[in-house]
Design a protein around this ligand. Sequence first.
Ligand code: PMP
Ligand code: GLU
Length: 400
Amino acid sequence: MSLELSERFQAISPSPTLSIDAKTKALAASGVEIVNLSVGEPDFATPDQASLAGIAAIVGNFTKYTPVPGILDLRAAIAKKLYDENQLTYKPEEIIVSSGAKHSLYNIFMAILNPGDEVLLPAPYWVSYPEQIRLAQGVPVILPTDESTGFKITPEQVEKAITNKTKAILLNSPSNPTGAVYTKAEIEALAAVIERHEIFVISDEIYERMTYGTEHVSIATYSENLRNKTFVVNGFSKAFAMTGWRVGYVAAPQYLVSAMTSFQSHTTSNPASISQKAALAALGAFDPEKINLFQARRDFVLENLRRLPGISVAKPDGAFYIFPNAAKWLGLTYTMKDGSQVKLDSVDTICELLLTDVFVSVVPGSGFGAPHNFRISYATSMPQLQKAMDRFAEFADRLN
Ligand code: PMP
Ligand code: GLU
């Protein structure tokens, strides 16, 4: 044989969001004062009651294997949350907790995809979706959107894209990276089309609480029929600032959850026992004041970006990202602080220069299927955002 990696692994590249964050932190550790707007991670602390529950779990020796899909208390509390906040009815047996929503998503793709099965994926998309679909030997079928439609797909687009190979459609509202939020009417129009076909819906609702005017609606509320085809994905990373604890979950019909539980039993077993206790305590600790904070940051960043010549930017209604379009900067020349000149041949180059010359870290749109855009995470403090906006303005001044 050979000592080569599998074809699956040869085709995979590191997550750009995580690798740019790592690169930014390494630069910062070397003494460069960087504003990090790359990784999507709330800047506030994990709620005290979650941290204390984690500590109590350690001290109380709650440090052994738990049931593979998570402790019953946590699954029951998630079911209650879905009922109270999302108008969705699930039994604890229809919920599986995993090591982050990223893990939950991978379980889903592995559970439903046969080689060559298609997953409809609206673009711009979060970086890990297409990679995970391909790892599960599926084929992402891109549904393009742009600023002109508010980065939203239409029912007609979905109808046209469905073939006899379509196994699922992925929806992510509020969206990473665009911040687009589908209204109730838009969700209903998409649901009406999807319901007519025997396909699954993967509804990634991890940013559900971060909306600024347009309420989040889960597509699984549309009808019993659609609920029975839908995987509702959510997690604790964003709403509770618990990115490092690694807790995500899926609610879906029991036969699907059972299959994913078998898979998880052979791959990772239960999510960390300590994190489960912390997550259980976090569920009651959401601070709605954070939403006002995010909205003020969004408004501030949006206003400043709109002043930059050549940059166009759609107003995002949710999540904590803004996704400006920098197409008009391509072909311009940037004069670096040391006087050397660089031709801007791609948004990747722009982001590299933003990082190395004016010390602002953002993520190029190429990994999100939108090569003319870049992503800003505004989940950071106002002073940091002010500094970043000053640096963007300085960058724009150096273009000609
Ligand atoms: N879905 C989306 C849209 C995301 O942006 C992220 C990144 N946090 C995840 C899922 C995964 O989150 P986690 O694994 O931290 O729960
Ligand atoms: N989802 C966040 C982001 O897009 C965190 C990093 C990751 O998991 O990709 O930045």
